[in-house]
Design a protein around this ligand. Structure first.
Ligand SMILES: [Zn+2]
Length: 613
């Protein structure tokens, strides 16, 4: 809210000298790291009223399901400024109501964490890897108060702190409010810190790995190339809040693979070790998460604002926020020459294949798939689900839609591309103070292409509607053929299966378009025989399929919940599609196709890319 800034600044300048301390002060220690524990102390000053409601978050920005971080909090206690114990009530599983006796409440607790990724905490003798919503209990009515954080590290330790919190005096880190604290993860450990500047912005790579120095240097160059290539899409970097952006990267065998975007940093984790050979794969999440520093952290759906730390913010726009990011990540790598064009096309093929073959497409639109994030994004459930027949990831779906729209714009509006839509979105919705709605997305597409009809058509048919885009004709413009992967291959379905001497146990839903489904066979059934032959191994299954062609008929003997039964099935053509370059299928690559490909997949960086040997 820039219009109000001067008045607020004046107010603070007047009040500041009277404040003895920050309103919220955290202290962090790791005396029992060997057993994955941290000690957290939080001091809330200026408490008004008798009860302070202290809360552990249930959700984390960038995650779209509930996580119940309170389950890893214990030894909770509360005192006043003199150390006198205060009474604590538990109104619900993630809240502590503290009966305050004065204006200061100090709470302390032990925190357990043994999962290093973008959502949880990991504390062990090698590092403390912390996601603030999983770490810091906060108090209602203090959400807008300034926060300070003191981290105690043993003097002999080689640990240092990497975070996008602002460094203050005396090793204290600060945030202007709770949202800023929650959006600044911390990697505290023996990482290497590499820094560089690009187009007036400062970048830092805090890397915790076992990689050799020259491998780290080469990886840093790859990060530099990604940063510049993605800047080229938007034309400028965002204004990072403290003037810099930090990649917090852990490549260690005991971390869990993840990537989590933040306004001024990202957490990236993988159990793969960083080597020359693995770098082209590892750089993929760098490209994805950095693109988020525009798309979702600044160009932000209204549905995610304000972020609710206790509930799920449902969003119908994740096909754009996540899916388009999942398109631009691989695209930036190809444009920067970090991966080949063939590798880029293979990634696109996976998305197009998923959209064209998953029966979920007939159930939910891309917008509705986004609204199901609460049930899939790290959500845990014990009862079975029917995702095989109802769901397509909004990442995958969005990637396929981005590809289709990019190709459609390029074909229909010469000189324009999806990049124009992204730039129009950033121009119209530069930061979270001006979030967008679904209608705004459509308006920006109309703005970028100059065609309201095109924008309406895209949204009506492919985003709110259930129609896939016409990938075969769109890809042909770029000299790629969309074909059945194996036209002669016979198929009856590929549900999850267990093979044993007793037969084949179907352990998950059969999909709606498969012959097995049509025969009434589903999860819990055991296939004993097909064509009178018993099937015990994966090999038996593959040999049987190889002996058939599409259109053949077979008899299947099944042990079902209702007893033994025989069913007739007709072998179908395997549904998977493949994308192949015209060169490989002997079709002519015209100069027009070459120009189209170069405009699409050539570098867009505004500055020279670093050389990567
Ligand atoms: Zn993402």
């Amino acid at each position: 809210m820039p219009g109000k800034l001067p008045r607020i600044a004046l107010h603070f300048a007047f009040v500041m000298p009277l404040m003895a301390q920050d309103a919220v002060r955290y202290e962090l220690r790791f005396p029992n790291a060997a057993h994955h524990e941290a000690e957290v102390r939080a001091t809330f000053s200026g408490v008004r009223g008798g009860v302070l409601e202290v809360v552990m978050s249930r959700s984390s920005p960038g995650r779209y399901a509930l996580h119940e971080f309170a389950k890893n909090v214990y030894n909770f206690r509360a005192t006043d400024a003199s150390g006198k114990q205060l009474h604590v009530d538990r109104p619900n599983p993630y809240q502590w109501n503290v009966a305050a006796s004065g204006s200061t409440v100090i709470v302390g607790y032990t925190l357990f964490g043994d999962r290093a990724d973008g959502t949880y905490d990991a504390i062990d003798p090698t590092h403390a890897h912390l996601n603030p919503p999983a770490t810091f209990a906060w108090a209602r009515s203090f959400e807008k108060s300034p926060v300070s954080l003191k981290i105690e590290i043993a003097p002999a330790s080689d640990w240092t702190v990497a975070t996008q919190l602002a460094p203050g005096a005396g090793g204290v880190w600060t945030a202007p409010n709770l949202d800023a604290l929650m959006d600044a993860p911390l990697e505290i450990g023996p990482h290497v810190m590499r820094e560089w500047s690009a187009d007036g912005s400062r970048f830092r790579l805090a890397l915790h790995s076992q990689a050799a120095d020259d491998v780290v240097t080469r990886f840093q160059r790859m990060c530099e190339a990604v940063v510049l290539e993605e800047e080229g899409v938007f034309g400028a970097f965002p204004k990072y809040d403290n003037g810099s952006y930090t990649f917090l990267v852990d490549y260690l065998p005991y971390v869990s693979g993840d990537g989590m975007e933040h306004r001024n940093s990202t957490v990236i984790t993988s159990a793969r070790s960083l080597k020359r050979e693995s770098a082209p794969q590892l750089i993929g999440s760098v490209a994805h998460e950095f693109f988020h520093s525009w798309n979702v952290k600044r160009i932000r759906p209204r549905s995610l604002e304000p972020f609710d730390y206790e509930r799920v913010n449902m969003s119908g726009e994740l096909w754009f926020a996540e899916g388009f990011t999942d398109y631009y990540g691989p695209l930036a790598l190809a444009r920067a020459g970090l991966t080949s064009r063939d590798e880029f096309i293979a990634t696109m093929r996976d998305a197009v294949n998923a959209v064209l073959t998953a029966p979920g497409r007939e159930v939910f639109s891309a917008a509705d798939m986004s609204r199901r994030a609460a049930f899939v994004d790290g959500a845990a459930s014990t009862d079975p689900e029917n995702q095989a027949n109802t769901y397509i990831s909004y990442y995958t779906y969005g990637r396929a839609i981005a590809l289709g729209i990019d190709l459609a714009i390029r074909a229909r509006f010469p000189g324009k591309s999806l990049d124009d839509w992204m730039r129009a979105m950033w121009r119209r919705h530069p930061d979270i103070q001006k979030p967008y709605t679904m209608a705004d997305l459509e308006l920006a597409l109309a703005d970028a292409t100059g065609s309201r009809e095109f924008a309406r058509e895209v949204f009506r048919r492919h985003i709110e509607g259930l129609e896939p885009m016409e990938y075969a004709s769109l890809l042909a413009r770029a000299g790629f053929a969309l074909q059945p992967e194996s036209p002669a291959k016979a198929w009856i379905g590929t549900p999850p299966m267990n093979f044993s001497d007793r037969g084949i146990d179907i352990t998950g839903p059969t999909i709606r378009d498969s012959p097995l489904y049509a025969a009434g066979i589903d999860s819990g059934d055991r296939i004993i025989e097909i064509d009178g032959k018993s099937l015990k191994t994966r090999r038996d299954w593959d040999d049987l399929a190889a002996a058939h062609k599409p259109g053949d008929r077979s008899t299947v003997t099944v042990e079902a919940r209702s007893g033994q039964k025989k069913a007739e099935i007709t072998w179908a053509q395997a549904p998977d599609v493949w994308i192949t370059s015209f060169e490989k299928v002997g079709r002519q690559v015209t100069p027009e196709i070459t120009r189209f490909r170069d405009a699409w997949l050539g570098s867009k960086a505004l500055w020279p890319l670093p050389k990567i040997e």
